[in-house]
Design a protein around this ligand. Structure first.
Ligand SMILES: Nc1ncnc2c1ncn2[C@@H]1O[C@H](COP(=O)(O)OP(=O)(O)OP(=O)(O)O)[C@@H](O)[C@H]1O
Length: 256
């Protein structure tokens, strides 16, 4: 088990946002988490990547309690691509990606040939190698997104957490990013808004509503028009293409 979450409850002040959430990520699986705006997806991910401290519940990483690791140590196991807002980092692209190597280094340790090779490979995998020398702040939102993915890949962790990874990307790059992710031989846990992208690429899904997980399992089995209606109040049909991938057709925009 790469990550296991047990009975996770989280409140911002008096607002209870996560209620007894249970998650188990199978090693090397691609697991998505879907649910409407504000249902608690990012809060859950932040508890896993240690920006927030759960008030109740336990998180296990590689069969040890997450909080028994130092933050640097857990960063060797979990890399993160958080929700992207346009950043004004005053760094070159290659320097941003090199930051992904930090958990593997001692303080002030110099970058090695291996680090440079990993950075180059990560940039290549997101088609951004030719942007290496560009100032990060001058890139478009989608280009920045791909560089941040390269940074997360350069971290070389066994588990990658992504918060809405395809935000800002046009359809070509959405599909490209999902294909890049799919090729990684690691565990991926991603909050997703686009149900069609989730349906096409996720092996497993967790469906959240108002801070609770209401369904979980293999995408093909649990993604149904009834569940979509229950969570989003939108009618849909689900069809399978000739490659067996699911596609959701939203058949009415009648919010009830
Ligand atoms: N720092 C905060 N302080 C107070 N409330 C917060 C904070 N962050 C999030 N919330 C609230 O917690 C709830 C869950 O937010 P969260 O960002 O986890 O949801 P989400 O499912 O990721 O939403 P979205 O799909 O819109 O990104 C929302 O009602 C939000 O307003």
């Amino acid at each position: 088990m790469s990550i296991k979450v047990e009975g996770l409850t989280y409140s911002y002040g008096h607002q209870n946002v996560l209620d007894s959430v249970e998650i188990q990520l199978q090693r090397k699986s691609f697991t998505g988490i879907i649910g409407p705006n504000g249902c608690g997806k990012s809060t859950l991910l932040k508890c896993i990547y240690r920006v927030l401290k759960p008030q109740i519940g336990t998180i296990w990483l590689e069969d040890k309690l997450l909080n028994s690791y130092s933050v640097k140590e857990s960063s060797k196991y979990i890399s993160v691509m958080a929700q992207h807002n346009s950043y004004q980092f005053d760094f070159k692209v290659k320097d941003i990606v090199m930051m992904g190597r930090a958990p593997h280094k001692r303080l002030l340790e110099r970058d090695t040939l291996k680090d440079y090779q990993i950075v180059e490979k990560a940039l290549e995998s997101v088609n951004m190698l030719e942007f290496s020398e560009r100032e990060f702040a001058t890139l478009s939102g989608g280009e920045q997104q791909r560089v941040l993915l390269a940074r997360a890949l350069a971290q070389d962790a066994r588990t990658l957490i992504l918060d809405e990874p395809t935000n800002h990307l046009d359809i070509t790059y959405q599909l490209q990013l999902m294909r890049i992710l799919k090729k990684q031989d690691i565990t991926i846990f991603a909050a997703m808004h686009d149900l069609n992208i989730a349906a096409m690429y996720c092996d497993y899904l967790y469906i959240m509503k108002a801070g609770r997980v209401i369904a979980q399992g293999e995408t093909q089995k649990i993604l149904t028009p009834e569940r979509i209606f229950e969570v989003y109040q939108v009618e849909s049909q689900i069809v399978q293409d000739r490659n067996g991938k699911l596609h959701i057709l939203f058949t009415g925009d009648q919010l009830k």
